[in-house]
Design a protein around this ligand. Structure first.
Ligand SMILES: NC(=O)c1ccc[n+]([C@@H]2O[C@H](COP(=O)([O-])OP(=O)(O)OC[C@H]3O[C@@H](n4cnc5c(N)ncnc54)[C@H](OP(=O)(O)O)[C@@H]3O)[C@@H](O)[C@H]2O)c1
Length: 175
C-alpha cells in the first residue's frame, strides 16, 4: 500500500475538516496517480469531498464505525451513501479481508490523519506533496524524515496561488 498526501512545512495536512490550500496542480497529480485504483479514506475526509461523494473512477473504501451495520457484504449489496464507487468498511480487520495483505495491496491510503496513522505501518512508499509554506493546521501526517524515511524523488518546485510545492516520493528505510 502507498500513502498519498499533501503536507505543509510542519507536516500539517488539514484544518477544520478542510485541506490547507487549494492547488489545482496537486489535485491533478492526485487524480493521475490514483485513477483506476482503490482509495482508503476516513469518514471525515470523504465528508469533506465535493457533494460528500467518493471521487469518480476509483473505488473508495470508507472507514467508519458508525455505519457499518452489516459489514462489507451488506454495504456491497446496499450501495453506499457516499456514492456508487464507495463501500463502507467498519474496521482495519474488515479492510484486510477486502484487500488481502495490506502491505502488498496496490490501494492508496488517502487520509485523513487518523487513517494515515493507522495505515502507515503497512506502507512502504508515500507520495508526499510538500509545500514550503506553513499554515495553521489541526491535523498532521507523521514526520517521515524524523522516522528515517528517505526522499527518493523530489520534483522541481511548482508555484500556484503563491504557494511553492514539490512532488516527493518517500521510501521506508530498509531494516
Ligand atoms: N493533506 C492531505 O493530503 C489530506 C488528505 C486527506 C484528509 N486531509 C485532512 O485530514 C482531516 C481529516 O482527518 P481526521 O483524522 O480528522 O479524520 P479521518 O481520518 O478522515 O476520518 C476519521 C474517521 O474515520 C473512521 N475511522 C478511522 N479509523 C477507523 C477504523 N480503524 N475503523 C473504522 N472506522 C475508522 C471514524 O469514523 P466514524 O467517526 O464514522 O466512526 C473516524 O472518526 C481533514 O482536515 C482533511 O481535509 C488531508
Amino acid at each position: 500500500m502507498k500513502a498519498i498526501v499533501i503536507v505543509d512545512k510542519n507536516w500539517g495536512i488539514g484544518r477544520e475538516g478542510k485541506l490547507l490550500a487549494h492547488l489545482p496542480g496537486d489535485l491533478k497529480y492526485f487524480k493521475e496517480k490514483t485513477m483506476g485504483h482503490t482509495l482508503i479514506m476516513g469518514r471525515t475526509t470523504v465528508e469533506g469531498l465535493p457533494k460528500k461523494q467518493a471521487l469518480p473512477g476509483r473505488k473508495t473504501l470508507v472507514l467508519t464505525r458508525s455505519m457499518a451495520v452489516g459489514g462489507a457484504e451488506q454495504s456491497d449489496q446496499d450501495g453506499c451513501i457516499y456514492g456508487e464507487n464507495a463501500r463502507i468498511c467498519g474496521s482495519l480487520e474488515e479492510l484486510q479481508r477486502l484487500l488481502g495483505d495490506l502491505r502488498k495491496s496496490d490501494a492508496f491510503c488517502a487520509g485523513g490523519a487518523s487513517v494515515y496513522e493507522q495505515l502507515l505501518p503497512y506502507c512502504d512508499e508515500a507520495l508526499v506533496t510538500v509545500m514550503e509554506q506553513e499554515f495553521p493546521a489541526d491535523r498532521y501526517f507523521p514526520n517521515l524524515p524524523q522516522m528515517g524515511w528517505e526522499a527518493v524523488r523530489v520534483s522541481e518546485p511548482q508555484e500556484e496561488n503563491g504557494v511553492v510545492y514539490r512532488f516527493c516520493v518517500y521510501r521506508r528505510p530498509k531494516k
